[in-house]
Design a protein around this ligand. Structure first.
Ligand code: ZN
Ligand code: ZN
Length: 665
């Protein structure tokens, strides 16, 4: 037997190895139970993949991103096998991994009942116990068509693949037919220990070596879904599930979901009377009620002040513009899909603004600029409108009308690196003030996306990507590459923040733009008198005010720190005769800029306390006869602690201090 030279990589280290012909990837990882697949020359493969001379091999751990995808997709196979055991007439749609889980679509006579999930889970456990092997088998198209003659949806996918539309067949369909460079189809057989075929599915793979390698899973819910996402097609029944590398990881995920449901900002928005989404307005459009309005105003005041402190000038621009402006900026045609359709007026076409940058460019251009003015920083709360599909709008996190804290720094090319560092630090400082502490960065570059999707020269991109990379490295934060994620006009850094229950939200973006300054012909007069083109750096701190408020509501579970709380102090008179006294206390607090409400309803004191707790008010001041005599109040905290006989002046100071420090209480 001849030998093969291969390279085994692990955590960036490379090790040259000699193995015998016929060696399969799993043999390299026989004593590493966490490795469930291999990346061979950059391509994800089953562990049963046979190695060739010169291969570069890396193990894929079950708890890595790709490892989890493979685990979840393999679990989808097990679920489909179980469903076809229980409902032999069920026909298969597609079954891709998704964020935190997987689904599989089925064509069944009657929709699944929630109780069916238990039955399916029981059947899945049996399949997992059997330790069925996932065995890859390449097939010619004709063979696949014959073998899958009873699976009309798979046949359709094979047909689409033949026409070169495999990738477009359906979201997630390339799990079945896409990907393979030579267009080869593969069927995965699930083989029992005795070698008998238990089940099979058309699939590109890879999968776990055996069903036994599924440590923990749970089926979550069912939903209806049109075949290939098209409402003209038949409605299939989708089952969602999740799978994890350990029972603990599954338990942690389920706990996080339960906690997230309790914190759902749509639910809390109703309960706390913050905002609503009237149907009369249309999908994705929100109105803020007085209490939500307080949060918004406090946030905006703070953000406006911080921008001015960081060298920005506050400007204002309209909500609509003639469409030519968006052609000059390059947003049309690149961005047309996400803009509202144009309206005609006096022979011109107008568009709703989807971003403020083009209008800021007009402010820059309104007169000649000298290098002495740079960096020139413009900032506004821009009301912008973006067309999101009605299926994806939901709550404050995906809206069609939003307020962007959109700011632009115009700098000389030499100033760009410092400005980006300045903006990153600015953003991080803002988030810390809003109680977010845990961040990482994502650097979006062009990757392998076709170059015609982007403006600018090779050199522009190389410079910009290097500057962002350096700024990100210097931040000391974890940096995750996002090749292919760049916007058409330049690369960007995004700040991702973790909330109180460990979920990640993308907040700020800092984008380097050479396209718009060129498109608008922006210039400044340099020190040597020559005319030069500035670099434009876009930075949205919160992305949108609406979305950020949604994130904050969930992060704090509605219990805002005092500085953001719509009502900071609830006054609770024990009896009617204490109302006037509390009104005087409230007046003293209001004079200090604090927000106080008095509950003068007929409810008993305990009920009033309970109501204030439900409204998550940070402080209560309770007054009865003794308090009135002593010019004092009973001072009650959110957690139920209560100090009796606190002099009024001290109560005012306690609240004022908590507000000023922006602390959580
Ligand atoms: Zn598969
Ligand atoms: Zn912009």
């Amino acid at each position: 037997m001849s030998d093969l030279s291969i390279v085994v990589t692990h955590a960036g280290a490379r090790e040259e190895r000699t193995v015998t012909t016929g060696t399969r990837a799993w043999e390299l990882y026989a004593d590493d139970a966490d490795v469930i697949a291999a990346r061979v020359n950059g391509v994800l493969c089953d562990l049963a993949h046979e190695l060739r001379d010169g291969d570069e091999v890396e193990g894929v751990a079950i708890d890595s991103k790709h490892g989890r995808d493979i685990l979840r997709h393999s679990t989808a196979h097990v679920m489909a096998q179980a469903v076809q055991q229980l409902w032999p007439d069920a026909r298969l749609g597609i079954g891709p991994p998704i964020e935190n889980g997987f689904y599989y679509d089925f064509d069944v006579e009657t929709p699944f009942h929630p109780d069916d999930l238990d039955k399916i889970e029981t059947a899945m456990r049996k399949i997992i116990k059997e330790g069925q092997r996932f065995s890859r088998r390449p097939v010619a198209d004709a063979e696949a068509l014959a073998e899958l003659k009873d699976e009309p949806y798979k046949l359709e996918l094979i047909g689409l693949k033949g026409s070169g539309h495999g990738e477009d067949a359906a979201e997630g369909a390339n799990v079945e037919v896409g990907g393979s460079a030579d267009g080869e189809l593969t069927i995965y057989d699930n083989l029992r220990r005795d070698g008998n075929l238990a089940w099979k599915d058309l699939c590109r793979g890879p999968h776990l070596p055996t069903t036994k390698r599924i440590p923990a899973f749970k089926l979550m819910r069912t939903a209806a879904a049109y075949w290939r996402g098209d409402e003209k097609n038949k409605q299939l029944q989708r089952i969602y599930g999740t799978a994890w590398e350990s029972k603990d990881a599954l338990a942690a995920y389920l706990a996080q979901i339960a906690e997230a449901e309790k914190r759902d900002h749509r639910k809390l928005g109703r309960e706390l009377d913050l905002y609503s989404f009237p149907e009369e307005l249309g999908p994705g459009l929100v109105v803020f009620h007085p209490k939500g309005g307080v949060i918004r105003r406090v946030m905006e005041d703070y953000v406006r002040r911080r921008h001015i402190e960081e060298g920005f000038s506050y400007v204002s621009t309209p909500h609509i513009s003639k469409d030519g402006l968006f052609h000059t900026s390059g947003h049309l045609p690149y961005y047309a899909d996400t803009m509202y359709p144009p309206m005609e007026l006096e022979g011109a076409r107008y568009q709703l603004k989807a971003m403020s940058c083009p209008m800021h460019n007009l402010i820059y251009q309104s007169r000649g600029r000298s290098y002495r003015e740079l960096p020139l920083r413009l900032f506004e709360f821009g009301g912008v409108y973006r067309y999101e599909k009605s299926g994806v709008v939901g709550g404050l996190t995906r809206v069609r009308g939003l307020t962007q804290d959109d700011s632009h720094s115009y700098v000389t090319p030499e100033q760009a690196a410092d400005e980006i560092k300045h903006l990153l630090n600015f953003c991080l400082g803002l988030f810390r003030d809003f109680g977010l502490e845990d961040f990482y960065l994502e650097l979006s570059t062009r990757g392998d996306t076709p170059k015609d999707k982007f403006q600018g020269s090779e050199e522009d991109w190389a410079t910009a990507e290097a500057i962002l990379q350096q700024a990100a490295d210097e931040s000391g934060l974890e940096l995750v590459p996002d090749p292919g994620g760049a916007v058409f006009y330049g690369p960007k850094i995004s700040i991702q923040a973790k909330d109180a229950i460990g979920r990640t939200w993308q907040l700020s973006t800092v984008q380097y733009d050479f396209g718009q300054p060129a498109g608008f012909g922006l210039e400044y007069v340099a020190a040597d008198g020559s005319h030069q083109q500035p670099v434009m750096i876009h930075s949205a701190k919160f992305g949108s005010i609406e979305r950020f408020i949604g994130v904050l509501v969930e992060h704090y579970a509605g219990a805002f720190p005092p500085w953001l709380s719509p009502v900071q102090v609830q006054g609770i008179p024990i009896a009617e005769r204490h109302v006037a006294y509390l009104e005087d206390v409230a007046k003293q607090m209001s004079e200090r800029g604090l927000r106080v409400e008095i509950d003068d309803s007929d409810d008993r004191m305990q009920k009033k306390i309970r109501n204030a707790q439900l409204q998550k008010v940070p402080f209560m001041v309770i007054a009865g006869d003794q308090d009135m005599e002593a010019r004092a109040v009973s001072f009650r905290y959110r957690d139920g602690r209560q100090d009796n006989g606190v002099p009024v002046s001290e109560a005012v100071e306690r609240v004022a201090a908590a507000v000023a420090s922006r602390e959580q209480v």
